[in-house]
Every structure is written in structure tokens, then in C-alpha cells.
Ligand binder design. Structure first.
Ligand code: FES
Ligand code: FE2
Length: 304
């Protein structure tokens, strides 16, 4: 989305699809395949070509991308694994709940199905916080009331992600709401739920009757936006009869994600102090968090 001339951003807002992408600055135009079509006056007034300028060498850059669960994943430097490889471990893990391909049976909730949060902390602190259930009793007393810290287990996926799961997620039952469920979900796992950070920056939650994704967008080194989207099983969630369920669920997750803002911002503030040396990790309760740290550390250029 960056013009090959002087680097003006090309598309700045949503709109109807047009035949070409025209840069608003000096009107260079690109085809929808990214090829550069015209360079008005590049060779002087009325001269739209220039001997020393090869138009074919100035197409928009090709970026590797893949789509999954309504999200577009991009790999700017091209060095990442194939997305199908990256997601394989998680898909295999979750097929034991949803059946193979079961996640294809969900639909994004339109009304009352999404929310947006912004806070003052580095995006990696939001990922770190999501990976562990250690903070549950002190940060989420409501959730901890029925899905206790002891009911949780760690998920250390390695390259694709990390997180935690619970055996006692009974939100729908407690709220008195009933939504369609994954038909292959094992009966003995009905209250099990898993929360996984798909590295680097997507948070996922899987339950018997809904799924959500959170895109964690870095806005600045100390500012982050989270975009949460809830998905339900089947295609009846838009029905009026599910209106209360949609609201309860969104409000429930809003409360939990808002509770996480303060600790994440305080970790950021703590890092403003030169006294913070990287801290320590519980060898039992911080293993998923540490998995994320190792993943990030492996991607920093080696210090010479
Ligand atoms: S920066 Fe795009 S045309 Fe000049
Ligand atoms: Fe939390």
C-alpha cells in the first residue's frame, strides 16, 4: 500500500472497488494486480514516459499472504513458513474438539459480535498475558469463580503458538443461554475450552458453542489495538431468538479483555524502569509465556 514513486500511502480508507489504484499525490496508477500502468509527466510536462525509468521494474511489491478464519495473514519478508504449515499443529490439536474441518462450520456474528480495545502497552505484553492463567484469581475474579486457576493447563505449542486451557468453562450455562454446539465435540469435554496465541499476534478462543479471534495490532512501541470477532456454530446465530445470547457473550468477553488492560499497561510502565532486568518465570505456570519469549528471541537479529 505504498507508492513506488515517493512512498505516499495508496489506499487510505475502505471504498468501492475501482479498476485501478491511483496514487493521490502525483497520480501514478497501478492495476489491481499491482503492475504500474502510468506515470504522468515523469519525463517532463506532457511526457508520460522516461528513457531511464523502467515501468515494469516498479510494480507494487508482492507480499505472501493467506486467509484463515476471516483473517488475512501476511509475511512481509517472505522468510516465514507456509501458512498451512504454521497452522497445522493447531488445526490438528483442535480437530479433537471440532472434528476435522469443524471450524469451517462457524459463522462470524454480525450484530453484537465484535469489539475494539486500545491500550498503552507493547503488543507483545498482550500476547504474554494471554498465554498464562497464573493471573486469573487476581485479575479475573469473576471468571476465576467458576473456572479456577487449578482447572487450567498450559499449552506449549512451540513454533505455532502457546496458551492455556480450562476444564470448567461454563459461561453459557451460568448465563442461561443456549447456542448451537459443534456436533462432533466429545461429550466428556463439553466444559473444556482453549485459549491460544497463534504467533505472532492473533489470539484465539475455542469453546463448545463459540469461537473468537483477536487481531492484536501494534500501533506504536507502547500502544496496541485489539479487534475481537466472535463466531458461532451453524448459521442461525443472527436469529432474534439468539439476541440475548449474542449480547451476553460479547459483554462477557468485553469484561475479561478489559480486565487484562491494567496489568498489561502496568507491565509496560514497569519496563520504563531501568530496574527491570527481564524478570523471572515460574517453571510451572509461566511455561507458555516463556514459549512466546523464546519464539520472539529467536527472531531478533543476533547481537554481534
Ligand atoms: S508518491 Fe505516488 S505518485 Fe508520487
Ligand atoms: Fe487475562
Amino acid at each position: 500500500n505504498v507508492c513506488r514513486h515517493r512512498g505516499h500511502r495508496l489506499v487510505t480508507e475502505e471504498g468501492v472497488r475501482r479498476k485501478v489504484i491511483r496514487c493521490p499525490y502525483h497520480s501514478w496508477t497501478y492495476g489491481l494486480d499491482g503492475s504500474l500502468h502510468s506515470t504522468p509527466h515523469i519525463g517532463g510536462h506532457g511526457q508520460h514516459q522516461c528513457a531511464d525509468f523502467d515501468i515494469d521494474e516498479h510494480s507494487l511489491w508482492i507480499v505472501r499472504s493467506a486467509t484463515w478464519m476471516g483473517m488475512v495473514f501476511v509475511n512481509l519478508d517472505g522468510s516465514g513458513p507456509e501458512f498451512s504449515t504454521h497452522i497445522a499443529g493447531l488445526e490438528q490439536r483442535w480437530s479433537s474438539f471440532t472434528g476435522v474441518g469443524g471450524l469451517n462450520n462457524v459463522e462470524a456474528v454480525g450484530e453484537d459480535g465484535s469489539l475494539e480495545l486500545e491500550f498503552h502497552a507493547n503488543w507483545k505484553l498482550a500476547i504474554e498475558n494471554y498465554c498464562e492463567s497464573y493471573h486469573l484469581p487476581w485479575v479475573h475474579p469473576g471468571l476465576n469463580g467458576y473456572s479456577h486457576i487449578d482447572d487450567h493447563y498450559n499449552i506449549v505449542g512451540g513454533e505455532w503458538g502457546a496458551g492455556q486451557g480450562t476444564y470448567k468453562f461454563t459461561f453459557s450455562e451460568r448465563a442461561g443461554i443456549e447456542l448451537p454446539i459443534f456436533d462432533q465435540w466429545p461429550k466428556d469435554k463439553s466444559a473444556q475450552a482453549e485459549y491460544v496465541a497463534l504467533f505472532p499476534n492473533v489470539l484465539l478462543g475455542l469453546h463448545i458453542d463459540h469461537f473468537y479471534s483477536v487481531i492484536v495490532q501494534p500501533l506504536a512501541h507502547n500502544r496496541t489495538r485489539e479487534l475481537l470477532q466472535i463466531y458461532c456454530v451453524g448459521d442461525s446465530v443472527a436469529d432474534d431468538k439468539h439476541a440475548r445470547a449474542r449480547r451476553e457473550m460479547l459483554n462477557g468477553w468485553r469484561a475479561v479483555f478489559e480486565e487484562d488492560i491494567r496489568p498489561v499497561e502496568e507491565m509496560q510502565r514497569g519496563r520504563d524502569s531501568t530496574a527491570f532486568d527481564g524478570g523471572a518465570f515460574s517453571p510451572v505456570l509461566d511455561t507458555a509465556t516463556h514459549c512466546f519469549h523464546r519464539w520472539v528471541a529467536a527472531r531478533y537479529p543476533q547481537v554481534a
